[in-house]
Design a protein around this ligand. Structure first.
Ligand SMILES: N[C@@H](CCC(=O)N[C@@H](CS)C(=O)NCC(=O)O)C(=O)O
Length: 234
């Protein structure tokens, strides 16, 4: 186990279904850091969350010896820096390679998260446009995979890296959205590299216990939408 100090040293305010939080759990697992998981309740933000992330009031928030760090990509980079000598590096050492992974990671969150929210009915928008945005993004990421992985198993090379975490954390919801919206994104014939990568990512020991099943997410999505509707009608 990594030298994380006492057991309460690391806590994560998150949600089991949150793709933003999932990348944090995987990063901690990769580094072998034990953490306490604090589950947020849909529609009822905890005092601890509001106090820890007063600007955005969103999770995940990492509490390290009580000090809060917000925004999932910043948290993952923090974990990589603090536990630099525990497990493989998450970000590449080469500045250019780091910049490229950060570029595609931002692209992934910008293009996939809002469009899949439209497709699962959590936000309003044109569903055809959203589906085409996700497909284009995945096609671009298929090409990025070839360049970043250089023939190896992950975007990060031999090990799960930054872009693997960011894109990989969307996989559960992408599969759920396929079921909800009746679309197919992870198509082997269109995305041979990404679909192989996705299976490998899912099976990784740092991932498999924290990545929710698509069916569970479909159920959760119905609950989420009911809560959103109830709030809007108040
Ligand atoms: N950019 C943020 C996004 C975090 C985010 O949107 N979290 C969602 C849960 S998946 C949330 O807290 N939603 C509650 C809200 O929007 O009020 C990150 O990467 O951490």
């Amino acid at each position: 186990m990594a030298s994380s100090g006492d057991e309460k040293a690391v806590r994560v305010i998150g949600g089991w279904a949150s793709h933003y939080a999932i990348r944090v759990y995987i990063a901690l697992n990769l580094k072998g850091v034990e953490y306490e998981f604090l589950q947020e309740v849909v529609g009822n933000k905890s005092e601890l969350l509001l106090k820890s992330n007063p600007v955005y009031k969103k999770f995940p928030v990492l509490l390290h010896h009580g000090k809060p760090i917000a925004e999932s990509m910043i948290i993952v980079q923090y974990i990589d820096e603090v536990w630099a000598s525990d497990g493989p590096a998450i970000l590449p050492a080469n500045p250019y390679a780091r910049a490229i992974e950060r570029f595609w990671a931002q692209y992934t969150d910008d293009k996939i998260a809002p469009a899949s929210a439209v497709l699962r009915g959590a936000t309003n928008g044109d569903k055809d446009e959203a589906a085409s945005q996700v497909s284009t993004a995945l096609q671009n990421l298929e090409e990025a995979f070839v360049k970043c992985s250089q023939g190896k198993h992950y975007f990060g090379g031999d090990n799960i890296g930054f872009l693997d975490l960011v894109l990989g954390s969307h996989l559960g919801w992408l599969k759920a959205v396929e079921k909800i919206a009746g679309v197919k994104f992870l198509d082997e014939s269109q995305l041979p590299k990404l679909t192989t990568w996705a299976d490998r990512f899912y099976a990784h020991p740092a991932v498999r216990d924290v990545m929710p099943e698509a069916d569970r997410l479909v159920e959760f999505n119905a609950h989420l939408i009911a809560v959103l509707k109830a709030k809007a009608s108040k």
